[in-house]
Design a protein around this ligand. Structure first.
Ligand code: ADP
Ligand code: TRP
Length: 332
């Protein structure tokens, strides 16, 4: 099959304002794909339910996530943008796939293991705070992927295992009932690796060290100025590869700008304050246009809702086709 005919699908959890790490690690590749391929892009509100139990927050974050994808350039001519929970067939496929999924597969999921490890480290009961939504998260994600006949799933590196589970589960189904599902392939943003946060650890909402994508300019500057650095003096030569400032700059600058900035680190003579100002200017000029569009959309959530409903109207018949085939095979 030609690359351009492949169906792309990706989901974003509405668990808070996406940050630069989400953008570089996951969203960017998905958005780029919308220029060339038919793309299903949805806000995974059912997945967010395993950690967020306030409906108003989920709704608000759903609009934020949708507005961000549009503002950052998702091409709406090729993109079916919708809310996961608006398609009733997702609940059905999730239930049907439960019965083919070995419990042992879920035991191996990184996200579940990480939650257990945290409990053990804290001296808590191993299953404390872990609900079945978290435990069966990969089955729902498999249902998302298989419902829309997906070929390609652009995701961040930590989601790769989930897409591999989707391949496994599709394989079990096909083996038992006949070749129905395509086997999806994960696509990871080109060797971006892990984007560091303000404190140098992985940028993550759970570490409270993020640079959110859509902040007023003044707040973006304040955040960037808070990046933790070592105690080298302005005149000291510095290793760009050890600097969070440089690691972030790399993803927003051209090859020649990157080489020049690296040289300024190595040569010495540039203080961290100056380096942060250069980083701020770069990120701010990238985000200025999207920020204006984001703010316009968030002041018109009716428009976002219309786009999501329009997406749901296109996604639902595809989902219904899949469910009809699967139910016939599984239930007669
Ligand atoms: P968070 O850790 O902030 O809760 P999520 O787990 O919701 O982020 O991640 C959403 C997507 O963004 C995933 O596909 C993940 O791989 C990607 N991602 C998150 N943080 C980073 C990071 N620091 N560097 C690269 N990719 C990231
Ligand atoms: N689990 C993904 C994340 O946390 C979000 C997601 C839900 C998803 N369903 C999906 C991504 C299907 C790709 C395909 O980032």
């Amino acid at each position: 099959m030609s690359e351009l005919n492949k169906i792309v699908l990706t989901g974003i959890q509405p668990t808070g304002m996406p940050h630069l790490g989400n953008y570089v690690g996951a969203l960017k590749t998905a958005i780029e794909r919308t220029n060339t391929n038919k793309t299903f892009m949805f806000i995974a509100d059912l997945h967010a339910l395993n950690s967020v139990h306030d409906a108003k927050t989920i709704r608000e974050h759903t609009y934020q996530a949708a507005a961000i994808m549009i503002a950052l350039g998702a091409n709406l001519d090729n993109t079916v943008l919708f809310r996961q929970s608006d398609i009733p067939e997702i609940y059905q496929l999730n239930t049907l796939l439960m019965n083919l999924t070995p419990k042992g597969l879920m035991n191996r999921a990184h996200s579940y293991k990480a939650a257990m490890d945290k409990n053990i480290a804290n001296g808590d009961d191993v299953d404390a705070g872990i609900n079945m939504g978290l435990y069966t998260y990969p089955i729902l994600m498999t249902a998302d992927i298989l419902l829309y006949n997906t070929d390609i799933v652009p995701v961040g590196a930590d989601q790769k295992q989930h897409v591999e589970f989707a391949r496994d589960i599709a394989g079990y189904f096909n083996h038992m009932y006949g070749e129905v599902f395509k086997l999806p392939t994960p696509v990871i943003g080109q060797e971006t690796g892990i984007i560091p946060g303000l404190d140098g650890r992985k940028m993550s909402k759970s570490y409270d060290n993020t640079i959110p994508l859509m902040l007023p300019e003044k707040d973006l500057k304040k955040k960037i100025m808070r990046i933790i650095t070592d105690s080298k003096l302005p005149e000291d030569p510095k290793n760009p590869d050890e600097s969070t400032i440089f690691q972030l700059y790399k993803h927003f600058a051209t090859e020649s700008e990157i080489a020049e900035f690296a040289e300024m680190f190595r040569r010495g003579g540039m203080g961290y304050g100056t380096a942060k100002t250069i980083l701020f200017d770069k990120i701010n000029s990238f985000l200025a246009g999207p920020r204006a569009e984001y703010e316009r959309l968030m002041a018109n959530t009716d428009e976002i809702e219309r786009i999501l409903q329009n997406g749901a109207a296109k996604a639902q018949p595809v989902a219904a086709g899949t469910i009809a085939r699967v139910k016939k095979l599984m239930l007669g």
